[in-house]
Design a protein around this ligand. Structure first.
Ligand code: FAD
Length: 391
């Protein structure tokens, strides 16, 4: 028996599910979010916790992604100042550093340009006499230290705040509640879900699949056959060590493979990440590998020798959803892909990949794609730009 009718059922309460629910609710649509575990229990609690344009994406000329993320960073600094804060970032340059000073200066200039030369985009170098203040950074053979600004957040609190905003605007959240399967027909979708051991069903005009690394698993539960986007799950591990960084975030190059690794202050400790390891198991079982912990520790100690012998207090791994392409994951596109079951009036939309930083703009793009499937499809969309986020 159909229990209730919604405009949209969203599967997943990660940052994307929360963002889409918020945008829908603000626009007056009825929305039900199904979350099998807890808010942000998937990738959205295992990120590097940065709200950034992604300086390194400039190396692969992902200019529009960087610009969009920088605009979202500006909005989040305004709308959630208690959750998103600008922090100094430092890039040390040694003789063996692959990214040379002229390249870094060019990259940072482009970053400032894409940030519309806003004051938060100012960068420079740290004077040699101040190097000893940099949290024990190795200074032997140090040639230069660049300084710029980007932002840090708490990914779980941010996701909760966006979901709270969605609920305040009328969204309904069921949790823990597992999406089981769904039947698409011409008028809409019948969605089956399990809560407290009982199966329920509701009707919706559209389903949004915001299941993160479970996205293709969820697609197999629909009656109509869908050709899923070919993706690769790539795990990224972080480690936490004791010791507070007082100056900000360090953007270092792993000595073995020259990948960029962040060393960040995190709740009075030091957070180091991340890695890129192909993953093919159950998304719910992803765990840091010993080899990844070893790689991060060696990278940290290479630049901050005083961490030698300190214990790893915690480690966690998250899964990136990347398009299946040739080449190293490091250089693959981080763009979000929105895939619908049909071009006109879609009944199902799946979100692939994406950035924590860009969740709001992704949600607005989802709204645009769903306009023809929802009632009053011709009314202009209310943008979520101006909505402040409480805790
Ligand atoms: C290592 C790493 C570091 C990153 N660092 C950054 C960063 O610093 N800055 C940045 O902007 N971005 C970063 N990202 C990207 C960002 O974290 C992700 O794009 C984002 O968190 C993905 O959110 P999501 O909502 O799509 O997925 P998730 O957060 O994984 O949410 C999916 C949800 O769906 C639920 N679900 C799945 N199946 C079902 C079902 N059948 N029924 C009900 N619920 C279900 C899951 O329980 C989960 O809660 C990083 C990603 C990784 C992997």
């Amino acid at each position: 028996m159909i229990e209730k009718k919604y405009d949209v059922v969203v599967i997943g309460a990660g940052i994307h599910g929360a963002g889409v629910a918020q945008a829908l609710a603000v626009n007056g649509y009825s929305v039900l979010v199904l979350e099998q575990n807890t808010i942000a229990s998937g990738t959205s609690s295992r990120s590097s916790k940065l709200i950034h344009g992604g300086l390194r994406y400039l190396e692969n000329l992902h200019l529009s992604l960087v610009k969009e993320c920088l605009q979202e960073r500006t909005l989040l600094l305004r709308n959630a100042p208690h959750l998103v804060k600008l922090v100094p970032f430092y890039i040390p340059v040694f003789p063996e550093t692959r990214r040379r000073p002229w390249q870094l200066r060019t990259g940072l200039s482009l970053y400032a340009l894409l940030n519309s030369f806003h004051s938060s985009g100012r960068f420079g170098t740290v004077a040699r006499q101040d190097w000893q203040t940099l949290d024990g950074l190795e200074t032997k053979n140090l040639q230069k230290v660049f300084r710029y600004q980007d932002a840090q957040t708490d990914d779980v609190l941010l996701t909760r705040a966006v979901m709270n905003s969605a609920v305040q605007h009328g969204a309904q959240l069921m949790m823990p509640c597992e999406f089981v399967n769904a039947d698409i027909d011409e008028q809409g979708v019948t969605v089956h879900y399990r809560q407290n051991g009982e199966t329920h069903q509701s009707r919706a005009s559209v389903v949004v699949n915001a299941a993160g690394p479970w996205v293709n698993q969820v697609l197999t539960k629909f009656n109509e056959p869908h050709i899923p986007l070919s993706i690769e799950l790539v795990q990224g591990t972080h480690i936490v060590l004791p010791g507070e960084l007082t100056q900000g975030v360090y953007y270092i190059e792993a000595p073995t493979d020259h990948r960029a690794v962040f060393v960040m202050p995190w709740k009075g400790n030091t957070l180091v990440g991340t890695t890129e390891t192909s993953y093919s198991g159950d998304p719910g079982q992803v765990q840091p590998l010993d080899s990844e912990i070893d790689y991060l520790l060696k990278t940290l100690i290479h630049y901050f020798p005083h961490y030698q012998g300190k214990p790893v207090l915690d480690s966690f791994a998250g899964l990136r959803v990347l398009p299946h392409e040739e080449g190293h994951p490091f250089s693959r596109s981080r763009d979000t892909r929105l895939i619908t079951d049909r071009d006109r009036s879609p009944r199902l939309l799946s979100i692939y990949g994406g950035k924590l930083t860009a969740y709001r703009i992704t949600a607005m793009k989802v709204m645009q794609k769903l306009k023809t499937s929802l009632r009053s499809g011709s009314a202009p969309l209310i943008d979520t730009k101006g909505i402040r986020l409480d805790s």
